[in-house]
Design a protein around this ligand. Structure first.
Ligand code: KG4
Ligand code: ZN
Length: 337
């Protein structure tokens, strides 16, 4: 079965063709990073207009690179939630129109589930496994029970981890996108130059939850108010110290979740899963089978959408032409624990 996947939830305009859920025949990712760089963040209106301009060419190129024609496609999977509304609408409408024109089924896909699926295209784990989703908008620890069933056991109670990386980088003018900039600067910094605070949450209520707003504020205030004259003042040191704490806090929760659930398989996903320190720490987890996506499948891409779409298709779960776009989804709120 050949599924064409379209991803336009944020600032990547992407189309990929995937066979049987894991064989990537082509993957085109047209990134808008350069166009948003002057604003040090994604400008939603600009993002959606660029998707409108680019999507036709991105899809055409993806079909060509796969060595196929549109007639070879069995279904179209597209991100319809969550994301920037204007950006989502472009992909949703383009996909539905294309599917209608080709007289093939279309499937609206949850972007977050697709991030959790991405590692499975390269390193499949048997269900259930623990899922760690770390992106610009989400920080979720969950039990993945099937391609379609996810039980969230922990989440951020305020900022997402990627958001904290982006805001710190913006405040210190470290570069854009923030996560990559901090990751790179950290390699040259002293990660113990600053001892930034972690988060103390009530364990009874927030067993596997996490909070990044305190850390983010402390790092930002370090510059404005409490610049320590005894420390070596450099962006490298700030980046390394922040990253050590941000990833350390996350790993603590991950280790607790492994211990509590006794599930010894873990799949990571989302843009922050590209972080070198996180990857190193995950690799070093003892007696845990860890799957994380290769770099190209960490950040937003159409391949994970097509890959997950295949599983809906073979289970006869498809969407109608009245399928809508949703900026937020309830499914990734905590359901138990
Ligand atoms: O999954 P993604 O591409 O988009 C969302 O669904 O949000 O994730 C983007 C996030 C951004 O916050 C970006 O700064 C972060 O992933 N990111 C990283 C790294 N590469 C991307 N964060 C830390 N280290 C990285 N190497
Ligand atoms: Zn994403």
């Amino acid at each position: 079965m050949i599924v064409l996947g379209i991803e336009t939830s944020c600032d990547e305009c992407s189309c990929s063709i995937v066979e049987n859920g894991n064989r990537i025949l082509s993957s085109v990712v047209a990134t808008q990073i350069e166009l948003h760089t002057p604003y040090l963040g994604v400008v939603p209106e600009l993002a959606s207009r660029l998707h409108i301009q680019w999507i036709d060419q991105v899809v055409k190129r993806s079909v060509k690179e796969a060595g196929l024609t549109l007639k070879d496609i069995d279904a179209i999977a597209y991100t319809n939630r969550p994301g920037l509304m204007g950006s989502l609408l472009v992909g949703v409408n383009f996909s539905k129109a294309l599917a209608y024109g080709l007289n093939i089924p279309s499937i609206g896909i949850d972007h977050i589930r697709a991030h959790l699926y991405a590692s499975q295209m390269e390193h499949p784990l048997e269900y259930p496994y623990l899922g760690l989703l770390v992106s610009g908008g989400h920080t979720v620890i969950c039990i993945v029970e099937s391609y379609d069933k996810v039980n969230v056991i922990g989440t951020t109670i305020d900022d997402a981890i990627g958001e904290a990386f982006d805001k710190v980088a913006k405040h210190y003018d470290m570069g854009y996108p923030g996560g990559v900039a901090i990751d790179n600067l950290s390699k040259k910094g002293n990660d113990k130059a600053y001892l930034f605070p972690g988060a103390k949450l009530n364990k009874k209520v927030h067993m596997f939850d996490i909070s990044y707003s305190g850390l983010k504020t402390a790092v930002i205030n370090q510059k404005d108010k409490f610049w320590d004259k005894f420390s070596e003042q450099s962006n490298e040191n700030i980046a390394a110290s922040f990253q050590r704490q941000a990833i350390g806090m996350l790993m603590k929760k991950v280790e607790e979740a492994i211990k509590y659930t006794n599930i010894r398989k873990l799949a990571a996903g989302g843009g922050v899963a590209a972080n070198s320190l996180l990857r190193e720490k995950l690799k070093n987890l003892k007696h845990v089978e860890v799957a994380f996506p290769s770099m190209k499948l960490c950040t937003d891409n159409g391949a994970m959408i097509a890959g997950l779409g295949y599983h809906y298709l073979v289970n006869n779960v498809t969407s109608g032409l009245d399928e809508n776009a949703y900026a937020r989804v309830k499914a990734f709120k905590k359901s138990s624990f």
